[in-house]
Design a protein around this ligand. Structure first.
Ligand code: C2O
Ligand code: CU
Length: 485
């Protein structure tokens, strides 16, 4: 009896070993509930991905009967998944059919400033009816995302975001089943009219507005099927304008293998993973449960400051229904390793940034960096090749996911040592009352690069500045100051 089972397991194991990297172990159609539409590559050249992308209003159903006239890329929330391979040229013919100007920012991509999508710093805004062609080489593997950089809190909150997956054919993690999960939220009333992006005034801005419908790939609590014991690779982005997601999956831990800037130094086993707005996580999960059981992915209550846990409940995000297929018994994961050198920070230029909250009038608040909103007229500077150590002090009662455009950084601990496992990041959460440090080496891509809180209400409320690399004199104030009509 025992021998027979062991034998069968051995056969299954060898099967799994030889094919796991490319073959699905999941039941057919397992991911239909969350499958993202993909942008169609119009270019026959295997090293060029050329797509059309259109921003437009569209009726979207996020749950049975819950329909909203949302702002979308190509008619859906999220926008299409764009797939490329590292080193590919990506050409995006973008058309704006929204009633407002917009741009597309490529979050996390180390591309030239002219492609960064920030009006005033890199391109003019794309007016209603206008077009713009983004054209650049994707330099790094990882999960990235795209979203507007004008009135971002409003436009992202209305539904404008999508994932960009840059794959590396030489990356072997031994898992053939993969999901791209875009987490977000949206607010609208019973008639399907979007919540005003300025509801609650500057007090709501200070907190950061969240939508009532919590979405996974544009749906409220979608379902997928899963086969017990079969590994899945989840590549997750938090595209919400304010909401944090601290994820927990019933009876299942996460093996985090990467984050913002692709694979990390080595895997790390975690019971929960946290994604602040803008952040990405690359994790392997192995749901193991009896046929017919359901495992639930939840967002736990997470304290990001006053108002974020009071009177709230954990959110159920995704249901996994265990199939009747024979459980899979997999061997250990291949060694997943990436060599990342800690940045040499001896002699690095110290830069200090203090996030604060001030009063702009009797009743209106504004966020400030180093005492001024939008760091007005005082951009920071860096020379190409220069390494800097940034100390970001959070002097407010709310946490802030701090994002730097165009360059990866390494998070440092209190003693100035790089946090292990080493990883490349573009967004780091700065908890309220705390300080974050990171090392960044600027390369030779001159321009005016934004940094800001990725709670987009906070960014539009003043938590934004720029660092000028080289001697660019471009100004950068167009981002948050425009008003919603
Ligand atoms: Cu997602 Cu200014 O960035
Ligand atoms: Cu913030």
């Amino acid at each position: 009896m025992r021998l027979g089972a062991a034998c069968a397991a051995a056969i299954l194991l060898s099967l799994v070993h030889s094919s796991a990297a490319t073959t699905s172990l999941e039941p057919a159609g397992w991911d239909a509930g969350v499958k993202l539409p993909e942008a169609v590559d119009l270019n026959p050249d295997p090293h060029v991905v050329e797509i059309n992308l259109e921003a437009k209003l569209s009726q979207v159903e996020v749950a049975p009967g819950a329909r909203v006239e949302a702002w979308t890329y190509d008619g859906g929330i999220p926008g299409p998944l764009i797939r490329a391979r590292v080193g590919d040229r990506l050409v995006v013919h973008f058309t704006n059919r929204l009633p407002q100007p917009t741009t597309v920012h490529w979050h996390g991509l180390r591309i030239p400033i002219a492609m960064d999508g920030v009006p005033g710093a890199s391109q003019p805004e794309v007016p209603p009816g206008g077009t713009f062609t983004y054209d650049f080489t994707v330099p790094d593997a990882g999960l990235f995302w795209y979203h507007p950089h004008i009135m971002s809190a409003a436009q992202v909150g209305f539904g404008l975001y999508g994932a960009l997956l840059v794959e590396d054919p030489d990356e072997h993690v031994g898992v053939g089943d993969e999901l791209v999960l875009v987490l977000s939220d949206i607010g609208f009333d019973k008639k399907g009219v979007l919540d005003s992006p300025t509801s609650g005034g500057s007090t709501a801005m200070v907190f950061g507005r969240e939508g009532d419908y919590v979405l996974v790939n544009g749906r409220v609590r979608p379902r997928i099927a899963a086969r017990s014991g079969a590994r899945q690779r989840w590549r997750i982005v938090n595209a919400a304008r304010s909401r944090y997601f601290q994820l927990e999956l019933d009876d299942t831990s996460f093996t985090q293998i990467g984050g913002d800037g692709g694979l990390q130094e080595r895997p790390e086993q975690l019971e929960t993973v946290l994604l602040a707005p803008g952040e990405r996580v690359d994790a392997i999960v192995t749901p193991t449960a009896a046929a017919g059981r359901e495992l639930v992915l939840r967002a736990l209550l997470f304290d990001r400051g006053y108002g974020s846990v009071e009177y709230r409940q954990p959110e159920e995000l995704l249901t996994m229904a265990m199939s009747n297929d024979a459980p899979v018994l997999q061997g250990s994961l291949p060694k997943i390793h990436r060599t990342i050198e800690p940045l040499a920070i001896e002699g690095a230029t110290p830069v200090s940034v203090t996030l604060g909250l001030g009063q702009k009038s009797d009743r209106a608040y504004e966020y400030q960096i180093n005492g001024v909103p939008f760091l007005k007229d005082k951009p920071l500077h860096a020379a190409p090749g220069e390494t800097q150590v940034w100390t970001v002090v959070n002097d407010t009662k709310w946490s802030h996911p701090f994002h730097l455009h165009g360059f990866f950084f390494q998070v440092l601990d209190d003693r100035g040592h790089a946090v292990r496992p080493l990883a490349w990041k573009d967004t780091v959460n700065v908890p309220y009352g705390k300080t974050a440090r990171f090392a960044v080496r600027f390369d030779d891509r001159p321009g005016s690069w934004m940094f800001h809180c990725h709670i987009l209400d906070h960014a539009d409320g003043g938590l934004m500045g720029s660092v000028i690399v080289g001697d660019s004199t471009a100004t950068t104030h167009a981002h948050g100051v425009a008003k919603f009509p």
